[in-house]
Design a protein around this ligand. Structure first.
Ligand SMILES: [Fe+2]
Ligand SMILES: [Fe+2]
Length: 202
């Protein structure tokens, strides 16, 4: 029998972390949308929330392919849930105690933290998809193909919003919507270029 080039138990662990990340992401987006003041940002996050709900279904499908219960608890999943709950509480804390424009920056920061994990999950899944074979390999490739670009937007565009809103908070000229959004950034290199170009966009 051919041995796979990855650890199946660890792949299952990753997929269950992904389930928890997408479930937590929904809650974080709902709180972030409530804290959003900028209408473009609110619209952006509403779109990301819809995509996150779809990612939940994609990951549920992967659980079914792997024969996993999507609600199964694991130690790593508990960590993901813990961090997600902390991010949610951070947004709520800022909304209670800080001026609305500050709460909006905090929400943007928390979205970036959440999306950093989400993006990393899908990137790791993509690495397994490259080497996995058979029906499972195809399911992983299809899921990755469907979601990857959306996760690039979630992370790179949210980073741009956080940076520009924080700069605006410091009383300095900001590019809103951020350059990453205007330039429709889809890669880490593109995000870096967009950030470098911000001064020309002021
Ligand atoms: Fe996602
Ligand atoms: Fe995401």
């Amino acid at each position: 029998m051919k041995t796979e080039k990855y650890n199946r138990a660890q792949l299952e662990d990753l997929v269950l972390q992904m389930m928890e990340t997408e479930l937590g992401g929904e809650k974080i987006y709902r709180a972030a949308i409530a804290a959003a003041k900028n209408p473009d940002l609110r619209e952006e996050w509403e779109g990301y929330l819809e995509e996150t709900l779809h990612h939940q279904e994609v990951v549920r499908g992967l659980c079914a392919t792997l024969g996993l219960d999507p609600d199964q608890p694991t130690p790593t999943r508990a960590v993901v849930a813990h961090i997600g709950k902390s991010l949610l509480q951070a947004i709520e804390l800022a909304q209670r105690n800080a001026p609305p424009e500050v709460a909006q920056v905090v929400a943007a920061e928390c979205v970036v933290h959440a999306e950093t994990k989400d993006h990393s999950n899908w990137e790791l899944l993509g690495r397994v998809a490259e080497v996995a074979t058979g029906d499972l390999g195809k399911a992983l490739k299809d899921a990755h193909e469907e979601v990857e670009q959306q996760e690039d937007h979630h992370l790179f565009h949210s980073k741009g919003w956080w940076r520009e809103l924080a700069i605006q908070g410091l009383g300095m000229p900001a590019v809103l919507p951020p350059p990453e959004e205007v330039k429709k950034v889809e890669t880490a290199i593109g995000a870096s270029r967009a950030e470098q170009a911000r001064t020309e966009m002021l």
